[in-house]
Design a protein around this ligand. Structure first.
Ligand SMILES: *Cc1c(COP(=O)(O)O)cnc(C)c1O
Length: 424
């Protein structure tokens, strides 16, 4: 047994971890009376202990103040979305006026496509990655049809060009260059959900802009996972959800970014009363006067109960700091990678890029020997309290989350894979 695989080594790493106390801020699901090794924060983040108080506060205000709750107290519902605005802006590297918490991810994608996908006969095309998250593809395909164009020719999918199914910057550059004259929009993920590959948002934005196209991003797997600087990257728009790495709960209200240069009132959009200027909203006049910035894209008064947990979660991100989280994340995922390389390479193959700047915390692991073997390992892990998730046909995704996972959890995963292998 190498040093890496000893309890003492993992314990020393945990003891030296400056963020180790954040784990106690979360409810950890149990397996056989003990905390699970939970590696699916990329799917649903754990519940911050502070979330319940935020929800209770809303329930109490509703019972006590009823309609007055819209206007009363520090957490009045009318400006409630603003309680999360600054924290979100820090998380994605934006100005406060560039972000808004509203709706859910796919809804926000459609709303921003209405404003930013403005196809013409000469430029009808959208470029995205092949194998994108299905919802994104459905949204783009339906938008293309909605405008009377044909996805067969106008939805351009860039296939992976690297052996593990990842996409090189060179391939993205070639594809954008090849279609430059026809492109209306490039939509790209911040982190690819299946491979865990992270992309350079500023570089992709530059390429899209040089081709005369809008650059939009889906940050579902990037937000709360990798440091973001949307404003400086010059991205035109971005959307994301808050139930994955941001830990705001199932169906949590999602997020959107509109760069300040587009936050003017003349952008075409689908309008609703909550996007109307707050100072005139309640005059209930027929004329729509959009709020400047991302808030002008709001349609409805927000679901306060689904927004409340986000306050607790963002407070934790602010306390920990994204750069400290990233430092730990690189180490924690690097530890997982080192354990696989030293002890498990006969069972698992790392699909995710090896360079830390090309990935977040997730490693996608192909199980050698095919689907049946992969499923058997996956189920063995789950039955032993080690939870990853399964992607067809043979990949287990493991996402060590620096806010609540420990080095000991990662070691437990590796030990469990070894046990399974040795019993074969
Ligand atoms: C998680 C995820 C979604 C989910 O969409 P919802 O509208 O929140 O249901 C969409 N796109 C990507 C890339 C995702 O990772």
């Amino acid at each position: 047994m190498t040093e890496l695989l000893t309890d003492a080594h993992a314990a020393a790493l945990d003891a030296a971890d400056p963020l180790r106390d954040f784990r106690a801020e979360f409810h950890l699901p149990l397996h056989a009376g003990q905390p699970q090794a939970y590696f699916v924060g990329n799917s649903l983040g754990l519940q911050p202990k502070g979330a319940r108080a935020m929800v209770d506060e809303v329930m109490t205000a509703w019972a006590r103040d009823a309609v007055e709750g819209h206007f009363r107290g520090e957490a009045a519902w009318m400006p409630y979305h603003r309680l999360v605005r600054d924290g979100l802006a820090r998380l994605v590297g934006a100005l406060p006026s560039e972000v808004v918490a509203m709706n859910t991810l796919t809804v926000n994608l459609h709303l921003l496509l209405v404003s930013f996908y403005r196809p013409t006969r000469e430029r009808p095309a959208i470029l995205l990655e092949a194998g994108s998250f299905p919802s994104d593809r459905y949204a783009l395909e339906s938008q293309i049809r909605f405008h009377g164009y044909d996805p067969a020719t106008d939805l351009i999918e860039v296939p992976p060009d690297e052996p593990n199914g990842t996409v090189s910057m060179a391939a993205i550059e070639r594809a954008i260059g090849e279609h430059a004259g026809r492109l209306a929009l490039v939509l790209w993920p911040g982190v690819q959900y299946r491979t865990g590959q992270a992309f350079d948002i500023a570089a992709i934005t530059r390429l899209a802009h040089a081709a005369g196209a809008i650059a939009g991003f889906d940050l579902a797997h990037a937000v709360g996972n990798v440091p973001l600087a949307l404003h400086d990257a010059n991205a035109d728009f971005a959307v994301w959800c808050h139930y994955k790495y941001v830990n705001a709960g199932p169906g949590a209200v999602a997020g959107a970014f509109v760069h300040a240069r587009h936050g003017t009132t003349d952008r075409p959009r689908f309008a609703g009363w909550w996007g109307n200027r707050e100072d005139v909203r309640f005059r209930m006049e027929p004329q729509f006067q959009p709020t400047l910035g991302a808030e002008g894209w709001q349609l409805s008064n927000p679901p306060i109960l689904s927004l409340a947990p986000l306050r607790a979660s963002l407070a934790l991100f602010d306390r920990a700091g994204m750069s400290a989280l990233r430092r730990k994340s690189e180490q924690l995922t690097g530890y997982l990678e080192a354990l696989i390389d030293t002890a498990l390479s006969d069972v698992l193959e790392v699909v995710t890029p090896r360079a830390p700047d090309q990935r977040g915390c997730q490693l996608s692991l192909r199980v050698r020997g095919g689907r049946a073997r992969g499923r058997a390992l996956f189920e063995y892990l789950a039955n032993h309290g080690v939870l990853g998730d399964w992607r067809e046909p043979d990949v287990i995704r493991i996402a060590p989350v620096p806010l609540y996972n420990r080095y000991a959890d990662v070691l437990r995963f590796a030990r469990c894979v070894q046990e399974w292998r040795d019993a074969q």
